[in-house]
Design a binder for this molecule. Structure first.
Ligand SMILES: [Mg+2]
Length: 385
């Protein structure tokens, strides 16, 4: 771990300044969100910028539901990130370790600390892309493969059966080749009927990803999966209580449908335990939880060793480039809620993300959108910054 023999980095690539801000992105009322999982009604969004001595800026963002939580984490972040000042932008592991070191009292290793580390890592990858003039997907070893996404902004538990059908039609008409259906908050027979209604609406070719939102017993999940076997659903996601690996294994051993999980895993060690338990067909990795692109790519490689595909959870613009770069990258979950923040860059066309050549994430955050979101926060909390 000695730094004595390290080659000196160009001074212009060292981090000069780190800044954070919280803004509020409203959630468009496209569809009701229901079910036991707390509904997202807004996106209290932490923005992070990391500027190099050479004047280039790497950016990242992360959204939470709670304004208080976002503001608290941003304040913690602003302090902890001073540890990154002066570090070479490419020394991402060292920078992330330095941030973890600053957060020692918060018991690093998972949860909120990993979210902050992820945010730093995301911004540093952007900055490294800008320094080299390369997009992240290429820095990550990809060749610019297009990536399909499935629409996740509809088919919520709170939708009536008729609304569900309208949503399904709307999404396939927009060009999406896959949709996400939430289940587990209604009687089993209703969920089975709703899955059939969605299949009828989207046609035989579209993929239907079914998310149980950790709400079922293993017996219920097995019954559901068997009852819809003819619908050829793409995967059954998080059917049983979070962390109950034995129950998940029981489901996987008793159904034909692929099992998907891992979106809330926030450490490589935890992910490795899931792999060792042999419960996954598809690993859904969240770049905001797993330690940024660095942790995401590491877990993708570990999954690849076992022949397991990886999908991107939320954060579609980040996930798309990582899924494109990963050999076992499968598909990205798409929500439109951050498209405006990204100035429309990295927005899929008819359900497909194409990899552009702009450096970094290729989507400088939109100043006008940020101004509007800043005002939105000020109106909501009732104070000027
Ligand atoms: Mg999910």
């Amino acid at each position: 771990m000695s730094t004595a023999s390290h080659r000196k980095a160009p001074p212009e690539d060292a981090v000069r300044e780190v800044a954070t801000e919280v803004v509020l992105i409203p959630r468009p009322p496209t569809a009701p969100v229901g079910g036991g999982l707390k509904a997202r009604t807004q996106f209290a969004t932490i923005l992070l910028s990391v500027e190099s001595e050479g004047g280039l800026v790497g950016e990242s963002y992360l959204s939470l539901e709670s304004i208080a939580q976002a503001r608290g984490l941003a304040a913690i972040m602003a302090e902890a990130c001073q540890a990154v000042v002066g570090v070479d932008a490419f020394a991402r592991a060292r920078s992330c370790r330095a941030v973890v070191g600053e957060l020692h009292d918060l018991l690093p290793g998972s949860g909120a600390v990993q979210m902050l580390v992820s945010l730093v890592d995301l911004a540093l990858w952007d900055l490294c892309g800008k320094i080299t003039g390369m997009p992240v997907w290429r820095l990550a070893g990809g060749e610019g493969r297009e990536v399909p996404c499935y629409a996740s902004h509809g088919l919520f538990s709170g939708e009536t059966d008729d609304q569900l059908e309208v949503s399904a039609h709307r999404l396939v008409e927009a060009g999406f080749k896959g949709v996400k259906l939430r289940i587990g908050r209604r009687p089993l027979a209703d969920d089975v009927a709703r899955a059939r209604r969605v299949r009828d609406a989207v046609g035989p070719e579209a993929s239907i990803m079914v998310d149980g939102l950790w709400s079922m017993s293993s017996s219920e999940a097995i019954s559901f999966a068997r009852a819809v076997e003819d619908l050829k659903i793409a995967w059954l996601e998080d059917p049983v209580a979070e962390g109950n690996v034995a129950e998940l294994r029981r489901v996987r051993d008793n159904v034909a449908v692929p099992i998907a999980s891992a979106e809330r895993i926030s450490s490589v060690a935890e992910f490795r335990r899931l792999l060792d338990a042999d419960v996954l067909d598809v690993a859904i990795l969240d770049v905001h939880h797993i330690g940024g692109p660095t942790g995401w790519l590491l877990c993708a490689a570990l999954a690849n060793e076992r022949g397991i595909s990886v999908a991107g959870h939320s954060a579609p613009s980040y996930s798309a480039q990582l899924v494109s770069a990963a050999e076992n990258g499968l598909v990205v979950e798409y929500f439109p809620w951050w498209d405006e923040l990204q100035g429309g860059a990295m927005t899929p066309d008819r359900g497909l993300f194409t990899m552009a050549g702009q450096p970094g994430w290729g989507m400088p955050l939109d100043k006008a959108a940020i101004d509007a979101y800043r005002e939105r926060l000020e109106e909501t909390v009732g104070v000027k910054r």
